[in-house]
Write a protein that binds this ligand. Structure first.
Ligand code: C5P
Length: 337
């Protein structure tokens, strides 16, 4: 007998991303707020008697061998459940394959949820999180959804209070950014900064690691300030004070939230800086690179403003889609249908 399940695999954006010092395991400490959005792929998964994992996808850029994140997670889920099964996974790509939106990570988590459903089994939450983190740093966030604080190497995830949906536009330039290379470039830049500090002030040497931690603490405070502002201004309060959906966006800008990757990715790919500017000119209240890119996003005061901006950007030649942020409740009501 074959059982099947369908899961939507939603994308994420990063509302600020601070890179800390490199760790002994080669990863970097991170501090970020992930936010799920409405753009998604569709995963169809079937389980039958037998063994083996088959990946089907029309998009030639998606690997169909055991390196596929869906394949890797399914293997781990079956091992954890102590089961064997013949699993077929069909990935209907609607999200752009370019990085920054967590597409491959979201596909894997959707495969995990779909497989559990097809097998009528459920792993304990801690086991799910452990397996997800083993496959990649930005998988666990998709087991939380909505607005999510990410720390550690990004795999330690904590749900944050949700805001009402915010309209956004996602721009996906045809550029591929290597995440490990971007981290390496960040380290090189921090090393150069520490060196120049040391040479200009020989009596007060500053080393790379404490400098990076100080920066992370400072930026972390900006993030806390923004989040606590949001939390103290509950949606009903906004309305009572005559506030609009714009308020959280303005507070985000005021808190100086930024994505450190822009400092290394924009100089290498100037067209991405142009994309951010184009979003701002099209009326975004806040625009940023997402993750290490190449996806960019802008947040808008209304759905209409986002739709207008996306149309304008497309006319200028950018691949742009209007969507909205997804609250945790919206996320979970739509993931597995
Ligand atoms: O965990 P994930 O597979 O997404 O990481 C891809 C690569 O990005 C890692 O091998 C590592 O080089 C780099 N990385 C990092 N610090 C992080 C996350 C990723 O250096 N916090």
């Amino acid at each position: 007998m074959t059982t099947t399940a369908v899961a939507r695999s939603f994308a994420k954006i990063n509302l600020g991303l601070y890179i800390g010092p490199p760790r002994a395991d080669g990863f970097h400490e991170l501090l970020t707020v992930y936010q799920t959005i409405g753009l998604h792929d569709v995963i169809r998964i079937s389980a039958a008697r037998g063994r083996g994992i088959e990946i089907r996808c029309d998009d030639p850029r998606v690997p169909r061998d055991e390196s596929n994140t869906c394949s890797r997670i399914v293997e781990k889920v079956l091992a954890a459940l102590q089961m064997t099964s013949r699993v077929a996974i069909e990935i209907e790509k609607r999200l752009p394959v370019q990085g920054g939106l967590g597409g491959a990570s979201a596909n894997a988590v959707a495969a995990l949820l779909g497989l559990e459903r097809a097998l009528r089994k459920r792993l304990p939450a801690t086991e799910r999180l452990k397996i997800a983190a083993e496959v990649g740093s930005d998988l666990p966030l998709f087991l939380v959804g909505g607005k999510v604080l990410g720390v550690g190497r990004g795999e330690q995830v904590y749900p944050l209070p949700d805001l009402p949906p915010i309209a956004c536009v996602v721009v996906t330039p045809e550029v591929r950014v290597s995440t490990p290379k971007a981290f390496a470039e960040w380290d090189r830049m921090q090393g150069l900064k520490a060196f120049s500090t040391r040479t200009s002030s020989p009596f007060e040497p500053k080393l790379t690691v404490p400098a990076a931690s100080d920066k992370m603490n400072k930026l972390g405070r900006g993030l806390s300030a923004w989040l606590s502002e949001l939390h103290s201004s509950a949606p009903s309060d906004f309305l009572k004070r005559g506030g609009r959906a714009e308020n959280p966006l303005l507070e985000l800008v005021r808190a100086g939230i930024e994505n450190d990757f822009e400092q290394v990715v924009f100089p290498e790919f100037p067209e991405l800086r142009d994309g951010k500017r184009a979003l701002e000119h099209a009326g975004a209240k806040y625009a940023s690179l997402s993750g290490s890119g190449s996806a960019l996003y802008g947040l808008f005061a209304s759905r209409e403003a986002a739709e207008r901006a996306a149309a304008k950007l497309r006319k200028q030649g950018w691949a742009a889609q209007a969507t909205a942020t997804l609250t945790r409740r919206q996320y979970w009501s739509r993931v597995v249908g």
